[in-house]
Design a protein around this ligand. Structure first.
Ligand code: ADP
Ligand code: MG
Length: 331
């Protein structure tokens, strides 16, 4: 187990600075998810922890120790990628065992360790199979097992589920949460998918353009976004943002499930008359797009009683509204 710390870290490729003066503390034993749009610097951060591509300035600390001069193989970290590196000609057992053979671990000990790890990731019945005969999810488990065999104190995962189909992704999310519980090791997981971040993380670190926007639990990130970027990145559909009449540069926001729809005027803090532009029935809830003048808002409702083109009143209670200044900072 280990904590990770970035102290005033910058990273440039040629003259292009992609991470600027970043400070971050990743807690020991936690499941931390780095999330943000493509190109914001997530992979770059992971590679700096692993030591594959060191920072330009500042320090990276693992367990309080500056690892700047420590090579990747000796940092106690293991990395699992989207394109999992497994050898197609070797059996599952040989793939998992590979790292151990290099480290001259005795045969009996190797066998025991491989079998216990295979059991942890649910591969016990597949040890003699070739990767080509496995499903995508099983292959991803082989990659995990290969990382686990080194008993790292930190697992780094770079979009490990993005090559899997939607259903398998959901299942693997649950398996990874359970694996983290079992191992109790520090997990640093990178994804561009906020749903993955929300469903898996103890702590979410949301980045944009090389700058950390907010670091918080999924719950806090959702309920108390510090700026418009966070508010609009987290949530499906994301937070509605609107302009107040005569509000100048101030904008307001509310979550789609925080609005109330009614055929009659509503006595709520924010209330407007609009028209149902679209309606999407999802089973347990219906998502409407409500057009109010030149603005449109998404509203999630448990009720499915409004039709497209119908006139409705949309209201939001005062405590469900938040406000942002001209720079997008939450007021
Ligand atoms: P993410 O993983 O969030 O999608 P990356 O960390 O891969 O983003 O990239 C961050 C920025 O750094 C991008 O603008 C990318 O083009 C740039 N970058 C990453 N690696 C290199 C490299 N080896 N050489 C030049 N630019 C790079
Ligand atoms: Mg990346």
């Amino acid at each position: 187990m280990a904590s990770i710390e970035f102290v005033r870290v910058s990273k440039s490729f040629d003259k292009n600075e992609v991470i600027s003066d970043l400070n971050l503390k990743i807690e020991d034993g936690k499941f931390t998810v780095l999330v943000g749009p493509s190109g914001c610097g997530k992979t770059t951060l992971l590679r700096m922890i692993a030591g594959i591509d060191p920072q330009t300035s500042g320090s990276v600390l693992i367990d309080g120790k500056d690892v700047t001069r420590i090579p990747p193989g000796r940092r106690g970290v293991a990395m699992v990628f989207q394109n999992y590196a497994i050898y197609p000609t070797m059996s599952v057992r040989e793939n998992i065992e590979f790292g151990l053979k290099n480290n001259k671990v005795p045969k009996a000990e190797r066998k025991e360790l491989v079998e216990s790890i295979a059991e942890t990731v649910g591969l016990s019945d597949y040890l003699d199979r070739k990767p080509s005969t496995l499903s995508g999810g099983q292959r991803q488990r082989v990659a995990l097992a290969r990382a686990m065999v080194k008993k790292p104190s930190v697992f780094l995962m770079d979009e490990p589920l993005s090559n899997l189909d939607a259903k398998l992704r959901v299942q693997m999310r649950i398996e990874l949460i359970e694996l983290h519980k079992k191992l109790g090791t520090t997990f640093v997981y990178v994804t561009h998918d906020q749903v993955e971040a929300m469903s898996m993380a103890d702590t979410i670190v949301l980045m944009n353009k090389g700058v950390i926007q907010q670091e918080a639990s999924p719950e806090t990130m959702y309920r108390e976004p510090v700026n418009r970027f966070v508010a609009e990145f987290i949530g499906v559909p994301p937070m509605n943002i609107g302009k107040l009449p005569d509000g100048g540069d101030v904008s307001f926001g509310f979550r789609p499930e925080s609005a109330v729809l009614s055929a009659e005027p509503l006595g709520l803090h924010y209330s407007e008359r609009g028209t149902v532009a679209t309606r999407e029935m999802l089973g347990s809830e219906t998502v409407y797009q409500i057009r109010c003048g030149d603005q449109a808002f998404m509203v999630k409702s448990a009720e499915d009683r409004f039709k497209v083109d119908q006139e409705v009143y949309m209201g939001v209670a005062a405590d469900k509204l938040c406000f942002f200044d001209a720079d997008g900072k939450r007021i």
